[in-house]
Design a protein around this ligand. Sequence first.
Ligand code: ADP
Ligand code: MG
Length: 696
Amino acid sequence: MKELSKIFGSLVFNDNVMREKLPKDVYKVLRKTIDEGKPINPKIANVVANTMKDWAIEHGATHYTHWFQPMTGITAEKHDSFISPTDDGNIIMEFSGKELIKGEPDGSSFPSGGLRSTFEARGYTVWDPTSYAFIRDTTLCIPTAFCAYSGQSLDKKTPLLKSMEAINKSAVKVLNLLGYNDVTRVITTVGAEQEYFLIDKELFDKRMDLKFCHRTLFGAKPPKGQEMEDHYFGSIKPRVAEYMKELDMELWKLGVLSKTKHNEVAPSQHELAPVFSVSNVATDHNQITMDLMKRIADKHGLVCLLHEKPFAGVNGSGKHNNWSMSTNTGKNLLSPGKKPNENKTFLLFLAAIIKAVDENQDLLRISVSSAGNDHRLGGNEAPPAIISMFLGGELKKILRCIENDLPYTDEVLNKMEFDVDVLPSFMKDTTDRNRTSPFAFTGNKFEFRMLGSTTNIACPNTILNTIVADSLDDFAKSLETSTDIETTINELVKNTMKKHSRIIFNGNNYAEEWVVEAERRGLLNFKTAVDALPHYVDDKNVKLFERHNVYSKEELQSRCDILLEEYSKTLNIEALTMLEMAKKSIIPAACAYTKSLTETALDKKALCSEIDCSVELNLVKKISSLNACLLKKLDELDSALLESKNYIEVKENAQFYKDAVKIKMQEIRAIADELETIVGKEYWPFPSYADLLFSI
Ligand code: ADP
Ligand code: MG
C-alpha cells in the first residue's frame, strides 16, 4: 500500500498541486483570491482551467462538473466531457477559464421557491475558488455557488460564504478595538460528527418504506433493543470494519480528514468524525462524506441510512456541529486559557455568543427543522426542541461573579456554590460534559447538537455566523466610544448576563421538568418544523439578514416556502408508501394467516370434534378485528390525502399534513405493528426490526 501521506488528498487540486503545476505569478494571484476572498481575474482563470484539466486527465478524469448544493437534496451536478471536436474530425481535450468560472445548468428543475419562474430557467453556477476541486470516479468536480439570473442565491453555499464574510468583518473590528492590531482575518471552523446506520442491502430491498422514505413506516419493537448499551464503542464487526476502511481511504484521497470512527448507541449505528476545518470546506467535506457513505455501502452489499429516525424506538441519527472562531494569527477565540476569569477577550466573545443564541433561538431552531428531524427534536430523545446553552460549572460561576459585581475568589465561590443552580437535584447533570444540551461549550468550541443526520450544515452555520456577527457589531459600537476598554468589556459581559442568562442551563435537558422551567423562563419551544419555519421571515430576522447582506427578504421567503413544501412532500410520500404497503402486503398477509388458522381448526375438528380449537379461533378473531380497523384507518388516510389538496397555501398545507395526516399514519402504524406481533413469521411480508438491526 502506498504511504498514507501520498494517498491523502491525491485526488484534490489542492495547494500543493497548484504550487507545483501553476506558473508562479498565476499561483500567487490565485492564492490571494483564496486567502482574501478577492474576485477572480478572468485572465488567470484560463491558465488555472487548463492546468486543472491536465491534472484531472492525468488522474483518469474525462468529464467535469460544477458541483453545487441546491436548496434541497444533497448535492447536484451535471457532467460535461472535456472533449471538443476539431476541424479535421478529431477531438481535443479542452477546458476554458470561462467553463471553469461559470456554468449554466438548466436550473428549472431545482427548487427556487419563486425566486426564478420556470420560463426564466437560467441559473448560474459560479466557481468557489476557496474550496478545492476534486476528482470523483472519472469526473473533475468543481465546487460552485448557484444563483439566479437576477443574482439571488439558489443554493446553500452562497449565504454561508456571505455569513463567513459578515462574522469576519465584525470580529476583526472588535479585535482591533481590543488592541489586536495584527488581526486582519477571522475564520469560523467546523467539525461535523456524522451518525449513520448500516443495514444489509438484501433486507433493505424487501422494504418499500426504506427504499422510498429511508425510514421504516412499520415495525414492531424487537425483543432486544439498545437497552444493554452493548453497541456503543463496542468492537466493530468485520464487515463494517471493511466498509469503514474503504470509506476512510476514499475520503482521505479527497482530502477529507476523517479521523474517528466508532459504534453508536443503537445497534447498527455508527459515527464518523473529521478533523475540523474552515466552515465552507467543512460543509463541502460533510456533503462528500454523506455521498461516499452511501456509494461505498453499496459496494459492500450494505445500505447506509442517513435518515434522522430510520427505526422507531431506537435512537435516531444526528450530526454534531462543532464550531469555533480563529484569527489569522492562530488564536482560537473560544479557548478560555488557564484563567478564563482573566481572559477578557474570551469572555467578551463568549458573551456575544450567549446574546446571539438567546436573541435568536427561533433561527437556530429553524436551521435544523425538517420532517425527519421532528422525530428526534421534541420526541423522547436527544436533544429537545428547546434551545439552551451549557457552559459548565466554572464558566457559569465566572459569569455570575461579573453579573453581580463580585470578585472571583475562593471565598465568594464557596458561598456561591449553593445558589449557582437553584435546581432540584434530579435536573442536575452529573458530568461536566452534559450530553443532553443542544448547544454545549466543550472546552474550546461550541457543539450545536440539534442537527439531523441529513442536514446540510451550511444553513445552521450561516445562521450561527450571522447571529454572532450581529452581537459583535453591537459590542463594537460600545467599544468604539469607550474610554476604558477593560471597564466596557466588563459592562458588556455584565449586561449580557443580566439580560440573557435565562438561556444558560447546565441541567438535564431530557427531564420533563425542564420543559416547564424553560417555559417559565420564557424560552421558545417550537415542537415541530411546521411551527418553527414560518418565523424565518419574521421582521426581526429579515432585518438581521439584510443588515449583514446574507439573505434578502425574497431569499428568506423562498427558503421558508421550499422547506415547508419539502415537509408536505415528505409526509405525502410516506403516507402513500404506507397505504401501498398496508393494502398490498399487510392485509393480505393477515388474511393468509387467518386462512391457514381456519383450515387448521377445520382439519382438527374433522379429526375429532371435541378437540380444542380455541387458539385458532381467538387468533382469527383478533386478527380479523385488527385487520378491519386497519382498513378503516387506511380509508381515512386516503381521504385526508385528498383533503390536503384543498390547502393550496404552503404553510396551511404543511400544517394540515402535520395535524391531520401524521396522526392517521401513527394510528395505522400502531395497528399494523400489533398485527406483526401475532401473525406468523413466515406470513409477515417484510424483514423485522430484529432482522434489520442485528443481521450484520
Ligand atoms: P468529542 O469527541 O469529545 O465530541 P473531539 O475533540 O473529538 O470531541 O472533537 C469533536 C469534533 O470537534 C471533531 O470533529 C473536532 O475536529 C472538532 N473540533 C475540535 N476543535 C475544534 C475547533 N476549534 N473548531 C471546530 N471544531 C473543532
Ligand atoms: Mg460530540
